[in-house]
Design a protein around this ligand. Structure first.
Ligand code: FAD
Length: 304
């Protein structure tokens, strides 16, 4: 068995693996796709100390760093369930079961997509999901934010500080964000809010986004908005299906609840990164949380 088995090979999992291996304990990492969301990222400008890089380049560096330690890397395997007997057992979709004294869940999350024409085509060419990551690229430009929950309204307020104009589009007949956020939003001069509107297409000139089409749900009339960026803010889905029915407690959003040491509600099981309740989903945060969960797991092991 392993001393520490990490499930997930994104920044959180890679960081946990390095911190665990450096303790000289038997470490394994199993991932559906090593690199995680970073593989889908074009430009990264907020990974501190690296002014500018690209996702696949950062993933290659992560993998090289992990491989320089004695870590078992099991790539292209999906975990399906977790149980605990004397050891924690992780069952893989391929049929195998991995056993470990401690497990770190770092299976990340994915952005909910609109699933409309143009969204995939212009991803990274005007279609964005993370205002902290890509917001500054739209300085002075016109953008739309899709989604009127807390994250959409926060994104609109954030972006309004430096873009030219923000149009917030909400499907429902009212915004769902907290009242204080809505008050702030409606006080801003360069924000327009459109409710009861369904985004049906992202348009572009084949190189980059030049607008979007929404349908007024009251009249069924289509409207075209000219703009340079579309931020989709309709939810972040944590990858916790494999934990459903286990002793690992999830929040109402499906995120793993962790304490300050990364410990979950299940003995010997820790978690880190976008899959947890930790706020602000970013690479640098996921890495910090991964190292913390590994140290938490090590502390747990020396007390057994
Ligand atoms: P992930 O990166 O999501 O990794 C999860 C890992 O778990 C993957 O290896 C996955 O294959 C694996 N996995 C999932 N389910 C299972 C399972 N059942 N069994 C086994 N393995 C599983 N952040 C920034 O800081 N700066 C940016 O510029 C930036 N740009 C972004 C652009 C895009 C398009 C996206 C999508 C995200 C961006 N982010 C950015 C966010 C950043 O990528 C995430 O915060 C970060 O990757 C989270 O790391 P993680 O390790 O927690 O999870």
């Amino acid at each position: 068995p392993y001393d520490v088995l990490i499930v997930g090979g994104g920044p959180a999992g890679a960081s946990a693996a390095i911190y665990a291996a450096r303790k000289g304990i038997r470490t394994g990492i199993v991932a559906e796709r090593f690199g995680g969301q970073v593989m889908d990222t074009l430009g990264i400008e907020n990974f501190i100390s690296v002014k500018e890089t690209e996702g696949p380049k950062l993933v290659a560096a992560l993998e090289e760093h992990v491989r320089s330690y004695d870590v078992d890397i099991i790539n292209l395997q999906r975990a399906e369930s977790i149980t605990r007997g004397e050891l924690v057992e992780v069952k893989l979709a391929g049929g195998a079961t991995l056993k470990s004294k401690a497990v770190i869940a770092a299976t990340g999350a994915r952005w909910r997509e609109l699933n409309v024409p143009g969204e995939k085509e212009y991803r990274g060419k005007g279609v964005a999901y993370c205002p902290h990551c890509d917001g500054p690229l739209f300085k002075g430009k016109r953008v739309a934010v899709i989604g009127g929950g807390n994250s959409g309204v926060e994104a609109a307020i954030d972006l309004a500080g430096f873009v030219g104009h923000v149009t917030l589009i909400e499907y429902d007949t009212k915004l769902r964000a907290d009242a204080v956020l809505q008050n702030k939003l409606f006080s801003l001069p360069n924000v327009t809010v459109i409710i009861n509107a369904q985004t049906t297409e992202v348009t572009g000139d084949s190189q980059k986004v030049n607008g979007l089409v929404y349908k007024d749900r009251a009249t069924s009339v289509d409207h075209h908005l000219e703009l340079e960026g579309v931020f989709v803010q309709i939810g972040l889905l944590p990858n916790t299906d494999w934990l459903k029915g286990s002793d690992v407690e999830l929040s109402k959003f499906g995120e793993i609840k962790v304490d300050a040491h990364g410990q979950t509600s299940m003995a010997g099981v820790f978690a880190a990164g976008d899959v947890t309740t930790v706020p602000y989903k970013q690479i640098i945060i996921a890495m910090g949380e991964g190292s913390k969960a590994a140290l938490g797991a090590f502390d747990y092991l020396i007390r057994q």
